[in-house]
Design a protein around this ligand. Structure first.
Ligand SMILES: *Cc1c(COP(=O)(O)O)cnc(C)c1O
Length: 401
């Protein structure tokens, strides 16, 4: 999107503001399906925890996406957005057995990542097919907070425990219809992904009634100039070849599934905030915005580097700024960043604000969550309203004390 278009939306809807470009989401979806066009049965399940606005879900449904969910409430939202249960997969971690039961009752595909749960579920519902999430113990990506496949990870059933899984299947006569892995975000190296895929194929051979293989996600998207991104086209070529060979060996057609979050929505998102104050100290120039980690926690939470542009002065001379929020504790978006000269009242635009931004927003400091806008057909459509004071107090029960 152009700085001018973004600025107009800030004027129309106020700041701070989240904006999502529909075309980018559709483009990313089509890129992924094109990369795997030689696979007969491809299934993309959007990991909706990245951005769960109902209109975004509907947009992805229109692209013919399925959904990857991690809570009963996400399943409910998905159904509410019009997805049928057969288009939803439930991949929780550490949730109660009752929650898994409730989701299974809706007819949603269950993905189990724990031996005790598998045993319990198999004993109680031997006729309900389930997918198992394996942990291939592959360290993918550089950020330890978002790598979930390594040896100490809480996710998945270790591949070394497959014999135990087979024993449970034997004893309960349950039906394993899918094998899944998700090695975590930020895969830099396709070879690492393909290596993990081999482990998944190996595990899959031991189950005779599979319908699908789910390779999870973790596709890296570029956050700043020069960043490496997962080469989806190359991964498509290499994994397709390997997948088709595996199908032959396995003796039946399988569905190849992915569950991307970031890849589909990260770059589609823009977060706009207004500069309240420019503060020159002895060593630093701070730009303080009308937002904080309550609205965009990723830089403080895991050091994410969101590119920041001054869209009020895009051609201005660049200077160094430390961009901070208004939360009353350390609240830094960027340290010593080159940004076009900032004046109070300017609108800053944070890139890659589609995934894990609004969905992680909170009301800390009793601030309202921002509005969200979908940019489609050259127009901004409000898809969630800015909160009001009523929202802040709606669940509070006032007791006279
Ligand atoms: C979060 C998550 C994803 C999405 O990861 P991205 O890095 O956003 O693509 C996929 N699968 C599972 C099980 C997840 O928990």
């Amino acid at each position: 999107m152009q700085p001018k278009e973004l600025l107009t939306l800030a004027e129309e809807f106020g700041s701070p503001l989240y904006i999502y470009d529909a075309t980018t989401i559709e483009h990313q979806y089509n890129r992924l399906t094109a990369a795997f066009s030689k696979v007969e049965n491809l299934r993309i399940n959007y990991a909706m925890k990245a951005l769960s606005n109902i209109t975004i879900l509907k947009l992805l449904k229109k692209c013919s996406s399925g959904l990857d969910t991690v809570s009963y409430q996400e399943v409910q939202l998905g159904l509410h957005a019009g997805f049928t249960p057969d288009k939803i997969i439930f991949t929780p971690n550490g949730v109660s057995f009752e929650e898994i039961e409730e989701v299974a009752k809706l007819g949603v595909q269950i993905n189990i990542d724990n031996l005790s749960v598998l045993e319990h579920f198999g004993a109680k519902y031997p006729k309900v097919p389930v997918c198992i999430r394996i942990n291939p113990h592959v360290m993918a990506g550089g950020n330890e907070n978002i790598s979930v496949g390594h040896i100490d990870s809480k996710f998945g059933i270790s591949i070394y425990q497959i014999p135990h899984v087979l024993r449970i299947v034997e004893n309960t006569k349950m039906h394993i219809n899918g094998i899944h892995m998700h090695t975590g975000s930020d895969i830099l190296d396709i070879e690492v992904f393909l290596y993990a895929a081999e482990i998944l194929f190996d595990a899959a051979k031991q189950f005779k009634e599979l319908d699908f293989l789910d390779f999870g996600s973790g596709f890296k998207v570029p956050y700043k100039k020069g960043d490496i991104e997962t080469n989806i086209e190359e991964l498509g070529k290499k994994l397709t070849k390997r997948f088709l060979a595996f199908e032959k060996e396995y003796g039946r057609t399988l569905t190849l599934a992915f569950e991307p979050g970031k890849f589909l929505v990260s770059e589609a998102g823009f977060f706009l905030a207004k500069v309240n104050v420019v503060k020159q100290t002895t060593s630093t120039v701070f730009a303080g915005i009308d937002s904080g980690f309550n609205h965009l926690i990723r830089p403080m939470f895991y050091g994410s580097q969101h590119q920041i542009e001054n869209i009020s002065n895009p051609k201005g001379k660049e200077r160094f700024y430390t961009v901070v929020g208004y939360i009353c504790e350390t609240d830094t978006f960027a340290n010593n960043r080159r940004i076009a000269e900032i004046k109070e009242g300017d609108i800053l635009c944070f890139k890659n604000a589609g995934a894990y931004c609004f969905s992680m927003a909170s009301n800390y400091n009793s601030r309202f969550k921002p509005a969200e806008v979908l940019w489609k057909d050259g127009k901004g459509h409000l898809i969630s309203k800015r909160e009001t004071f009523e929202d802040l107090i709606k669940n509070q029960v006032v007791v006279e004390v």
